[in-house]
Design a protein around this ligand. Sequence first.
Ligand code: PEP
Length: 255
Amino acid sequence: MNKALRKAVIAGNWKMNKTPSEAKALITELKPLVANADCDVVICVPYVDLQVALEETAGSNIHVGAENCHWAESGAFTGEVAAPMLKEMGVEYVVIGHSERRQYFGETDDTVRDRTRAALDNGLKVILCVGETLEQREKNITFETIAIQTKIALTGVSEAELDNVIIAYEPVWAIGTGKTATDEQANEVNHFIRTLIADLYSKEAADKFVVQYGGSMNAGNAEGLVAQEDIDGGLIGGASLKPADFAKIVEAASK
Ligand code: PEP
């Protein structure tokens, strides 16, 4: 498995933070700090911040993503946003299956699969989140959990379409808790995901497939994590709201 075949992706997940004017200020501060990045830089922002994010990042190396999309093209789904709407705006990425959506909004493996399908059908790049809870880790079913989530989400996704999918391994117990998986714990599961991709598709697909780590990644621990053989960058929550910290993570992934 050759890390050199893959370009790391550092993606911020702003969650439900920042009004449009705050988003504009954050991006203005961030742009010069990451201008020389040797990795892909993405910010995934609340729907209402997408327009300002697209305007402020135009001509820069920062890519813009949404934090979710619905599985239907359109219809009677009050409060939801469809993939074609994001595409038409110029949005490039979308986070699907984040653990907070699974935990608080009834997201299931089946809806994650359907949202993934809609995103790919509409030319969006998917950051697909998988991860075990603390209870699942303690019961020793981490790998089974990750395998089920991954296999269901990728049902019907072709090897060619895999070019537009990233998987973010995010142990639920490490998200927003300040508890990071150790470099070895994270790499072990990322490696497992890559092996799964090799089994489901091919070794060639697995070698170039980007697998991020997410869960309390910050300016202090990023370097060790992204240096691991199977960790190709990160999905960053809290630290993505602090431009200097996010830039340090980008710098670590650029080495
Ligand atoms: C996330 O929201 O995907 C995440 C990893 O959050 P945090 O970095 O705050 O743990």
